[in-house]
Design a protein around this ligand. Sequence first.
Ligand code: NAP
Length: 454
Amino acid sequence: MPYISRNPATEEVVEEFNAHTRSQVEDALALSFEAAAKWRATSFAERGRLMLKAAELLEQENTEVATLLTTEMGKTLASAKGEANKCSTTMRYYSSHAEAMLQEELIDSSASRSGVRYEPLGAVFAVMPWNFALWQVIRFAAPTLMAGNVGVLKHASNVPRAAKYLEGLFLRAGFPEGCFINLFVDHDDVSFIIGDDRIAAVTLTGSEGVGRTIAKTAGENLKKCVLELGGSDAFIVGASADLAYTIPMAVTARIQNNGQSCIAAKRFIVVRERADEFVDAFVAGMAAAIVGDPMDEKTVVGPLANAAQRDLIAQQVEKSVAQGATLRCGGVLPVGKGFYYPPTVLTDVPEDSPAGCEELFGPVAVVHVVSDLNEAIAVANSTPWGLGGSIWARDSREIDQAIAGVEAGMVFANAIVASSPELPFGGIKASGYGRELSTMGIREFTNAKTFYVA
Ligand code: NAP
């Protein structure tokens, strides 16, 4: 299977890469196993020095790498620059905080000395998606490498230039060969790699279906596994919401990254007493977002990443409308080159329509009007997923009720759900398990070794 970089705005192929052969995969696994043995013995100071160097390179190359991201997956240049910045900030964060996060802990017991040490596991295999082609990888790699593990990457097949850039970045920063390897491999090779004894653990950021496949293979091979999967986050508008602030945030929460974010707000659940004020203004905000060339600084929504994504979202909307949903804006495929889809709002969505029960990975919002906050929380919890969710309210009782009641890995109040290096990131239910980032995240790929000295 070739790895093809195609510009979603022009549909032109920019570059193509052949998949690695099985013997190249074998060589890479041998190299990473060797590197893991040496890397685990390096000091935090040395690892931190190299991570900082990689962060500096990324900062110097911000515009160049942002252009690469935009022409490879269609996000706007401004958001691509922001993504690259977030990566370098996170690399800096782990370069200086990893040692404290993995400090040996003493625990009182019947021993004269006992506690827990956090030791690296070895080579961690990462299967990653295209939507934040740099960030998803760095979110895994910065803490994982700082913990003394090495990384093997299988990136999505439509972002090979981002994958190559990342491999080169770590090498140019001075990381020893084998510390971070990129492989262009087929789906069959993914199972093969997970099953290989030289791989200690696996992490996937991707869809629920692939999560089930990878979890099964990891389970059969008794490998530690972290899964960051899809979601259909609720954006709850409470009775006390400040709508002048909330409505523009609602629009951004749905259309950022051209609507292709796991933690994008996808379902807008509004209490009836605020529905008239919210819905019309939200629809107007969505309809006003400028769609166009992602390199143009005026553009807010660029093309979707590929034809398959665009066709899927178009079909989901079309079927939902055929089943009775009301189309409030958007919903019409533009003609011409590029995988564009307009910001779209649906109301009165039947539960069994695609918009009522599937993840919408594009700029399409579903609005539900409910009687009160109790019902809003019940609707928020009525999906198989549990990634994030947000409550928009001035009243702290409403905020606390939603934080306690929403079944998700992350609940934000008066802020768009986002990841940051200090806080745990991850979901429950069909959104996966395990955590990335924070002390919890960096410890996922460590052996929490208990020691006991009598
Ligand atoms: P995807 O189809 O699951 O792909 C993710 C990765 O899995 C890619 O590298 C893909 O490689 C690989 N893959 C696909 N099928 C495979 C198989 N049968 N065996 C082994 N590997 C396989 O997901 P996507 O469409 O790229 O990304 C969108 C999904 O990811 C959405 O559901 C979104 O919510 C979720 N996501 C979650 C998070 C989070 O943090 N929770 C973040 C971002 C995205 P190929 O490209 O070669 O197929």
